[in-house]
Ligand binder design. Structure first.
Ligand code: HGY
Ligand code: MN
Ligand code: MN
Length: 425
């Protein structure tokens, strides 16, 4: 872990600042008791009652640490620790508390509670900063119950339309805006009105690189781009027993061939591009009915925008051809996406200097997953810190990290945030 700290003479006063890793670890696992999964992970999907309960606990902890809460019209929570200069632009730090239905305990949560740990440690040490520090919980980062992912941060960055988003529905036809109101977390602040000096996000890597290379810290220089295309294929419901093969219009078979195409397209852009469908609905989903309709979302990603555009184009052309040959109907709808992201060089340097100063091994890394930071990077100087996760596994209840990794990531976050917020002697 931490070798002899290399203390570059970068004038940062807090070179010995450390956080309380035990307290951070305990808080993560206390929160994990809310919305538990069935296999040791978490199921705290956005704007469910469990999400509301987790928010209340986070609010309680922050208010106990002397923060004041603001909530915007998308339910994003802003917990402010005052600075000595109330007019100074705040430094924001955070991530998300909502999870996948079979999510891990650390995805998002580490970044939000890592921000709270910074406040708690500053309080312990009675350190003041010039700029306020705002710990943030972005609503619906996952996009699993209500598409798209990074929803609230997307509205905050002005790339998603709030009125439209309020009407997005989940699998049961419930509207996002109604559910946000129902759980009591629709705030009154105008979304995007807040101005930031900088935004920092700590997140688990959700990939295998850092662990495989034995690195403590990922200095995230870029985020790969994402494209979500919802595909609807229509054929004809019919009896699986009595319908002769030549007469079938099997939407499920059409989907299978399209998914093979998705895989081939992604492989054609190896090693960086990826492609799959995680969301699949089959209708009527009855054992003895040939599916007459299927709806699925194709998730393409790459650090290169031209590659993403090529994958989207080839999906449409190839899937249309498959369905024409099978006499199936097909429709495409873009339901999410963002271009590859380059984070702010000064914020990235603050993170790299912090890792150096603290003696943590580190490497530059491109984020494979999307994060709220990817949208906030459009409206404020932004960067991310990553810590390893076991086997690179995430979006799985077996997601696991070590206390040491969590502590290292939170300490690097701490230094980058406090250096940017400027310690007041
Ligand atoms: O989809 C993503 O990359 C993020 O985990 N929501
Ligand atoms: Mn996440
Ligand atoms: Mn996630």
């Amino acid at each position: 872990m931490a070798e002899t700290p290399a203390t570059p003479d970068d004038g940062f006063k807090g070179e010995n600042l450390r956080i309380n890793g035990d307290r951070l670890w305990d808080s993560i696992h206390e929160l994990a008791k809310i919305g538990p999964g069935v296999a040791g992970g978490s199921n705290r999907q956005t704007v469910t009652d469990e999400d509301g309960e987790g928010r209340r606990l986070f609010q309680q902890w922050c208010e106990e640490a002397g923060c004041t809460m603001g909530v915007d019209e998308m339910g994003t929570m802003f917990m402010t620790r005052p600075g000595t200069d109330p007019d100074a632009l705040p430094v924001y730090v955070g991530s998300h508390l909502d999870t996948q239905p079979t999510g891990g305990r650390y995805d998002g949560v580490l970044g939000v509670l890592g921000g709270l740990e910074i406040v708690r440690t500053l309080n312990d040490l009675n350190i003041q900063t010039k700029h306020p520090i705002v710990v943030t919980n972005w609503t619906n980062e996952e996009g699993t119950r209500f598409a798209p992912a990074m929803m609230a941060s997307g509205v905050f960055a002005g790339v998603l339309d709030q009125a439209d988003i309020y009407n997005h529905t989940d699998a049961k036809g419930l509207k996002f805006g109604d559910e946000l109101t129902r759980i009591g977390w629709k705030g009154d602040e105008k979304v995007g009105a807040r101005k930031m000096k900088a935004f920092f996000e700590l997140h688990i890597e959700q990939g295998p690189i850092l662990e495989a290379e034995g690195k403590d810290i990922g200095v995230v220089t870029h985020g790969q781009g994402l494209s979500w295309t919802q595909v609807t294929i229509t054929g004809k419901d019919a009896h699986t027993g009595s319908t002769p093969m030549p007469m079938r219009r099997n939407a499920g078979l059409g989907m299978a061939r399209v998914l093979e195409l998705v895989d081939a397209i992604a492989w054609s852009h190896k090693p960086d591009a990826v492609g799959a469908a995680g969301h699949i609905e089959v209708y009527p989903n009855s054992r003895n009915v040939i599916p007459g309709r299927v709806v699925f979302t194709v998730d393409f990603r790459s650090p290169n925008l031209a590659v993403i555009e090529d994958m989207e184009k080839r999906l449409k052309e190839g899937a249309q051809k498959i369905c024409d040959e099978m006499e199936l109907g097909i429709e495409f709808e873009k339901v999410g996406g963002f271009d590859p992201v380059e984070f702010d060089a000064d914020c990235v340097a603050a993170i790299r200097n912090a890792a150096e100063r603290l003696g943590y091994s580190h490497r530059n890394i491109i984020s494979g997953a999307g994060h709220d930071a990817c949208w906030i990077n459009r409206v404020a100087p932004t960067a991310m810190v990553m810590c390893p996760c076991v086997d690179g596994l995430s979006h799985n209840e077996a997601e696991d990290i070590s206390k040491e990794w969590a502590t290292a990531g939170a300490e690097v976050l701490f230094h980058a945030v406090v250096e940017t917020a400027e310690i007041v002697e």
